[in-house]
Ligand binder design. Structure first.
Ligand code: NAD
Ligand code: TYD
Length: 351
């Protein structure tokens, strides 16, 4: 195998698309998916690759330094694509320490294991850290996030991601590790855990349950189809310049309330309901504490320098997404009932 790539968080939403893309597109690479299988990790996301000859799954926590060292040695890891994280802002508000432990402490553990495993030949290996646009803070007066925008994280989640980004850059500067960081806007698509806005609304519309819109629904997010993010990660991994940062986004801003109304309209059509039926489910609820007003990525650098651009328009991507959730009732049932967490023991025969 020409490379042995450790992908962390590969059982999660974005990680599962990255693992699938790499396993299928690069049979000459060995892909080692390391995931702790928290509530957000679901091996059912990876059914299409689980028997592939170049795919290995390792259940491990990035907080466990010894486990990381032995996985680096056992699989002769040549490169890392690091996605494992606690990723939900609302959970970070109720339990910030879980975010410090995984996103900060876990990332530093991973950097240390990589540095140890690659000692004396750091220039031959890449540590790719996947991050978020939320590290730049909240836009109030127009404009876009550039790679040079100063960090200004506003939630415990974004503060923990910002800290991890800083550690990655500090290891590049101090120890001369070859690193690259990308900061992406909000993703949507298949395999998205239904605690986040779009899958939560799709699931609730399907079940005629209230659609909780925080505050007035005026907050703006910039949405990118998850497979386009996975393609961007492939591009940055292979073509990105060491030490650089790349912003990833689709120039696709939406107010939350407009997204929710769009989902209602499209799902009324698909479910054969009277127009306007699902909009009645919209319920304005207490705003999120410290709710960032607007995120918007300027993705010119990755487009110009690396030739990546999104393949899908939002209208197509949201259709694919709704259709996927409607066609994958079993996935949704397992996730909402919690039974997806038994899939690991069924597959690997241990607890
Ligand atoms: P997710 O919550 O769906 O998945 C996270 C995965 O990491 C899960 O499989 C979970 O089991 C695993 N994990 C969590 N803690 C772990 C630990 N301590 N050790 C090992 N594995 C652990 O997250 P996602 O939405 O797929 O996000 C993936 C990455 O992309 C994160 O780093 C996130 O910050 C970043 N990101 C997400 C978005 C987005 O819109 N979702 C946008 C930009 C960047
Ligand atoms: P979310 O999907 O949690 O992503 P993030 O906070 O990382 O951007 O939320 C997207 C937007 O939707 C955000 O402005 C908060 C809002 N939101 C709601 O209005 N209702 C909800 O139930 C959720 C989960 C989010």
């Amino acid at each position: 195998m020409s490379k042995s790539i450790l992908i962390t968080g590969g059982a999660g939403f974005i990680g599962s698309h990255v693992v699938q893309l790499f396993v299928e597109k690069y049979p000459e690479y060995q892909i080692v998916n390391l995931d702790a299988l928290t509530y957000a990790g679901n091996l059912e996301n990876l059914k299409s690759v689980e028997g592939a000859a170049n795919y290995i799954f390792e259940k491990a926590d990035i907080q466990d330094a010894d486990a990381l060292d032995s996985i680096f040695a056992k699989h002769n890891i040549t490169d890392v694509i690091h996605l494992a994280a606690e990723s939900h802002v609302d959970r970070s508000i109720s339990d910030p320490m879980a975010f410090v432990k995984t996103n900060v402490f876990g990332t530093v553990n991973l950097l240390n294991s990589a540095k140890k495993a690659w000692a004396g030949e750091l220039e031959n290996h890449l540590f790719y850290h996947v991050s978020t646009d939320e590290v730049y803070g909240s836009l109030h007066d127009g404009g876009f996030f550039l790679e040079t925008t100063p960090y200004d994280p506003q939630s415990p989640y974004s503060a923990s991601k910002a800290a991890s980004d800083h550690f990655v850059r500090a290891y590049a500067n101090t120890y001369k590790m070859k690193t690259v960081v990308s900061n992406c806007s909000n993703n949507y698509g298949p395999n998205h855990f239904p605690e986040k806005l779009i899958p939560l609304c799709i699931n609730n519309i399907k079940n005629s349950k209230p659609l909780p819109v925080y505050g007035k629904g005026e907050n703006v997010r910039d949405w990118l189809f998850v497979k386009d993010h996975a393609r961007a990660i492939d591009t940055v991994f292979h073509k990105g310049k060491a030490g650089e940062t790349y912003n990833i986004g689709g120039f696709n801003e939406w107010k939350n309330i407009d997204i929710v109304k769009l989902l209602c309209k499209k799902m009324d059509e698909k479910l054969g309901r009277e127009p306007g039926t699902s909009e009645k489910l919209i319920t304005y609820v207490t705003d999120r504490a410290g709710h960032d007003l607007r995120y918007a990525i300027d993705a010119t650098k990755i487009q110009k320098e690396l030739g990546w651009e999104p393949s899908l328009q939002f209208d197509e991507g949201i259709e694919i997404t709704i259709d996927w959730y409607l066609a994958n009732e079993e996935w949704l049932d397992h996730v909402t009932s919690g039974s997806y967490q038994e899939y690991y023991s069924e597959l690997y025969g241990k607890g």
